[in-house]
Design a protein. Structure first.
Length: 314
């Protein structure tokens, strides 16, 4: 079942929680002139102010390119964004933004060398993270998964918070409900831990880790045993290989799901606290996961992009 019922008005998007009936309203805003949006984004690079609205506005124009039509809405919500789409967007980003960025300096008579130097500083700042990179990761997902520019039907822009809600809502539609027994309780407990607050009592970490490892070993053993019994019953020797593959995929999915939930929590904390401390700590945690072999290159890149850190070179 979806998380929210979503409705649009002339100036807002309203999300009604399907379980609690609690409504949240997020404003829509008018598109900006590109030169104004670039000026604000450039200010963020220098002063690290919040520029998510300017970024969404810029991206709503930038992604409106026939060259990207083949990617629009073609990526399932539970799959990673294709690298060739990211590469195509980076190319268009330079082609679209650079002339707009350069125009005021050309009018003032600046040399091409000076303009190029200033552009490289600006482009480098875009890649370093912050408001633009954070908005970009959301807008690209909205474009690839939902198949739309970050705009409401009346042409006003969605906020990053609205996009996050819509993406989460779509993900919920394809996430199977797990019902029954201890497994159901474990799913609920996992979500409770990932959405913990500062006041949540997690208990002793060592004890928890030992218990989790024991439960994992028990469930894997029971799963193998059930498949062995099934193999004996029907004589299908390929089942063991299929089981190992399924368990491997399940582990990978669990890790990515948990890490994505942690990213959401870190972003929410950063928004509440008004600084990037939570995101910087989250980046450190992800690098540790990567260095310990729990994440591969593509998974690390995807998770870092969610919190506004883009590793791929322009």
């Amino acid at each position: 079942m979806a998380f929210y019922d979503i409705s649009f008005s002339d100036d807002a998007v309203t999300f009604v929680n399907t379980k609690t009936n609690k409504a949240e309203k997020f404003e829509l805003f008018d598109q900006m002139a590109d030169i104004d949006a670039i000026r604000i984004v450039n200010g963020e690079i220098k002063a690290r102010d919040n520029v998510s609205k300017a970024s969404v506005s810029l991206l709503s124009h930038l992604l409106d390119s026939p060259r990207l039509d083949e990617y629009k809405g073609k990526t399932p919500i539970n799959e990673l964004i294709p690298n060739d789409l990211k590469s195509a967007i980076r190319d268009i980003e330079t082609e679209y933004l650079k002339p707009i960025f350069s125009a005021p300096m050309i009018e003032k008579g600046n040399s091409m060398a000076t303009i190029e130097k200033q552009w490289q500083l600006f482009a480098s700042g875009l890649r370093e993270g912050g408001g633009y990179a954070n908005a970009k990761s959301r807008v690209i997902k909205y474009f690839a998964h939902i198949g739309k520019l970050p705009l409401a039907d009346n042409g006003k822009c969605l906020t990053v918070a609205s996009i996050d809600k819509i993406l989460a809502n779509e993900m919920a539609k394809v996430t199977p409900d797990i019902k029954g027994g201890i497994a159901d309780k474990l799913v609920k407990l996992s979500l409770e831990i990932e959405n913990r607050k500062e006041s949540t009592d997690l208990g002793d970490y060592v004890t928890a880790i030992a218990s989790l490892k024991s439960m994992l070993a028990t469930y894997e053993g029971l799963y193998r045993e059930s498949l062995e019994n099934l193999t004996m019953a029907i004589g299908n020797t390929d089942i063991q290989t299929m089981a190992q593959s399924a368990m491997s995929k399940a582990k990978d999915t669990d890790i990515m799901t948990i890490e994505k939930l942690k990213n959401i929590q870190a972003i929410e904390n950063a928004q509440k606290e008004g600084n990037d401390d939570s995101l910087e700590l989250r980046e450190t945690e992800l690098m540790a996961q990567y260095n310990n072999g729990f994440l591969d290159d593509s998974e690390l890149s995807e998770l870092l992009l969610e919190i506004g850190v883009e590793l791929t070179a322009q």
